[in-house]
Design a protein around this ligand. Structure first.
Ligand SMILES: [Cu+2]
Length: 284
């Protein structure tokens, strides 16, 4: 009996030791599940790699797209963790081609396999005009590239707008958050870019996005406690508060204001003027 207890005790100690030694401190800590909440949009192949493109919905949309990707080596079946990645979205139109506002592509975690960035498709495709995405990447000094078409269907709601400001600057504005609006005071996030030329867009810094949400189907009533969107740091999105008091169709009337107070686009909503020429809209 004493021996049995002794054996159990020894087993207990051994198992503790095995458990505590199963992870050494210099072992990479893998993210629990990198692909949680992501759906694959498509796979894009070249001779050496398969690029897996992901988003939260498994689609690309007109407007702001938060995209993720990983790069699978066809020879080893392993995901490349040390690639330098850049991308170029290009819309092929009848008379010309142009790009879109986009971020750099960065690694989410050093030991993980996912790369991330955003692209703002500011125009929908049609029967003869389409978007493609060129992804260039370098691994250990060798350059690779893939290109694939991306689907950007038209939308009945306005989540992105491009316009010429009164200052003669071409702007693109995109609605980023709330992704799922609620009857609440929602966190509002809006992106504002300046079109430098057909291929280059830069984040506009230091402006104010004035917001006035209205229910056009209910006497154009507004809501209390909205907060105009501003940046907390240069290069960032504009953050404010969007108060939605009921479900239904909302038009978010906007005015884009320069640091000196000049409104470059949009009008105040008044009894005589029910809507701004600058707006986003959605129904929830
Ligand atoms: Cu276009």
């Amino acid at each position: 009996m004493k021996n049995l207890f002794k054996s159990i005790f020894v087993l207990f100690i051994v198992s503790l030791t095995v458990l505590s030694c199963s992870r050494t401190s210099d072992e990479p800590v893998m993210p629990a599940n990198e692909l949680q909440d992501l759906v694959k949009i498509k796979e894009i192949s070249n001779d050496t790699h398969i690029i897996e493109l992901y988003s939260a919905t498994g689609t690309t949309v007109l407007g702001y797209n938060d995209l993720k990707m990983r790069i699978k080596n066809k020879a080893t079946n392993q995901y490349e963790k040390n690639a330098s990645v850049s991308w170029m979205p290009l819309m092929h139109m009848a008379m010309m081609a142009h790009a879109a506002p986009r971020s750099a592509v960065t690694k989410i975690t050093p030991d993980g396999t996912l790369y991330t960035g955003y692209i703002v498709f500011q125009m929908p495709q049609n029967a003869s005009e389409y978007w493609d995405l060129k992804i260039d990447y370098t691994i250990n000094g060798t350059a690779y590239s893939v290109t694939s078409t991306v689907d950007v269907p038209a939308s009945t709601k306005t989540k992105v707008t491009s316009f010429l400001g009164t200052d003669n600057v071409k702007y693109v504005m995109a609605f980023i958050e709330p992704k799922t609006p609620k009857v609440a005071i929602n966190d509002l996030s809006v992106g504002v870019w300046k079109m430098e030329d057909m291929m280059n867009f830069s984040v506009v810094d230091g402006y104010t996005v004035k917001v006035d949400p209205r229910m056009t189907g209910m006497g154009n009533h507004t809501s209390p406690n909205n907060v105009d969107a501003k940046q907390t740091a240069a290069g960032q999105f504009y953050k404010g508060k969007l108060s939605l008091t009921m479900t239904g169709y909302w038009k978010i009337n906007l005015q884009l204001q320069k640091p000196d107070g000049t409104i470059v686009k949009g009008e105040e909503v008044t009894a005589a003027n029910p809507e701004s020429s600058l707006y986003f809209d959605f129904e929830f």
